[in-house]
Design a protein around this ligand. Structure first.
Ligand code: NDP
Length: 449
């Protein structure tokens, strides 16, 4: 620990998000290293924190005015010890190599927990699809795939969606891959149903994060029935987390986007959620339009200079962050506890800063870290790959049943791994330890490659 992190920071001083993700893991796997001196000799942490391969490329494309634009594309192939690289693509102006490396690193542990044979990778671009026409998005996706196609394949590296990459983008990416390779294979997941997609894949991350939370509640003899929940984001994960909370008898009072959030004290019911889905997925509108339709709700623009996000200061029982990394800081963590929140289940990747995580652990609340709680998305992606290989389609109930079993298994694995090291109900330690041990053992089996 004393040597590894400083050397990573020294090598890539600007990669702050990556340092944060690595530090969290290093701190929690310390007892495993102490128990297994061989791991230190084999430099497993040094190997796991260095990607197997980093691909960076230029993506030129033409906008609707005929102007040539240039974006940067990334694919970080982090670790393939337990299966082909698997992880989403993010299109957002904030994307940097640091963001993609942190996401790829997290993905290794997450995929390891799913029980499926998938290594970890992540990719994306600083391209901003917001405000772009379908034609512009298509040309960008085609330009992106014109380079990426030579690095991926159904048995090598299988990308999926993430922020800014939904069904539309996956369609354009898949079309270009198919044309370039002249083959129809399951090289991407999150495909539409008619051409190789899986039922429940769109719902999987959001449903999974709630299934995981329900298991945490069960351990303390509770359910979602009557619980008030703060949800952030209004994209794929937030929408389906909200849907599942409603099904389980809970109440959701907030949703957000990068400009601000809505608070609806009466609760966002099924009809209101349907409005949000139409607004975000088809009209590509903003969440403030919610209050124009539902006058009982309030919209608050979030001032980034504030030391906290007022969304997390509302009275509630549960918080389900589903927007982006570091969206809950230490002050937000304190506000959550003071507002009565006793459960945080992370739909987003690394949405809580280290300060916030410390507040959760110090207060002994139920805290499900993203790499465990949001693993349902990649798990159903793994099921999509299995169906593609067999050229079969499983019914909705079957995929949902498998998703529930996988989330239950991840939950139990976290509990067991934490307990083995005397860290009862510490899901963060449990997720890191269990994910780490499985990947490390596979790496050691395969020799120094
Ligand atoms: P979407 O693009 O569908 O939605 C993202 C949502 O988060 C939007 O409401 C967006 O608002 C908001 N958001 C994005 N960036 C910021 C920001 N910097 N500050 C505040 N809000 C922001 O993405 P997903 O729902 O797919 O992803 C959400 C999170 O879940 C991400 O952390 C992702 O990595 C994680 N995740 C996703 C999985 C999946 O299967 N899709 C799987 C596992 C994790 P706006 O419209 O203004 O940009």
């Amino acid at each position: 620990m004393e040597k590894i992190l400083p050397s990573i920071v020294q090598r890539d001083p600007q990669q702050k998000e990556f340092h944060q993700a690595v530090q969290e893991v290093i701190l929690t796997v310390q007892p495993v290293l102490d128990r297994n001196p061989e791991f230190r000799k084999q430099a497993v942490l040094e190997r796991m924190t260095e990607p197997e391969r980093v691909i960076m490329f230029r993506v030129p494309w033409v906008d609707d005015q005929g102007q040539v634009r240039v974006n940067r594309g990334f694919r970080v192939e982090m670790n393939s010890a337990i299966g082909p690289y698997k992880g989403g693509l993010r299109f957002h102006p904030s994307v940097t190599l640091s963001i993609i490396k942190f996401l790829a690193f997290e993905q290794v542990f997450k995929n390891s927990l799913t029980t499926l044979a998938m290594g970890g990778g992540k990719g994306g671009s600083d391209f901003n699809p917001k405000g772009r026409s379908d034609g512009e998005v298509m040309r960008f996706c085609q330009g992106f795939m014109a380079e990426l196609f030579r690095h991926i394949g159904p048995n090598t590296d299988i990308p999926a969606g993430d922020i800014g990459v939904g069904a539309r983008e996956i369609g354009y990416l898949f079309g270009m891959y198919k044309k370039l390779r002249n083959e129809f294979t399951g090289v991407l997941t999150g495909k539409s149903l008619a051409w190789g997609g899986s039922l429940i894949r769109p719902e999987a991350t959001g449903y999974g994060v709630v299934y995981f939370a329900a298991r945490m509640l069960q351990v303390r003899g509770q359910t979602f029935e009557g619980k008030t929940c703060l949800v952030s984001g209004s994209g794929n994960v937030a929408q389906f987390a909200t849907e599942k909370i409603l099904e389980l008898g809970g109440r959701v009072v907030t949703l957000s986007d990068s400009s601000g959030y809505i608070y609806d004290g009466e609760g966002i019911d099924k009809e209101k959620l349907e409005f949000v889905k139409q607004l975000k997925n088809f009209k590509r509108g903003r969440i403030n339009e919610y209050v124009e339709k539902y006058h009982g709700a309030e919209y608050t623009e979030v001032d980034p200079s504030l030391d906290h996000n007022p969304l997390w200061a509302h009275q509630a029982d549960c918080a389900i962050p589903c927007a982006t990394e570091n969206e809950i800081n230490e002050q937000d963590g304190i506000n959550l506890i003071e507002s009565g929140v006793t459960l945080v289940s992370e739909g987003a990747n690394m949405p809580s800063t280290p300060g916030a995580v410390k507040v959760f652990l110090d207060n002994n609340i139920m805290y499900g870290p993203g790499k465990a709680a949001n693993a349902g998305g990649v798990a159903v992606s793994g099921l999509e790959m299995a169906q593609n290989s067999m050229r079969l389609h499983w019914p909705r109930e079957e995929v949902d049943e498998r998703l529930q079993q996988i989330m239950e298994s991840i939950h139990q694995t976290c509990l067991d791994a934490a307990a083995e090291y005397g860290l009862q109900e510490n899901y963060l330690a449990g997720a890191n330890i269990a994910g780490f041990v499985k990947v490390v053992n596979a790496m050691l089996d395969q020799g120094l490659v």
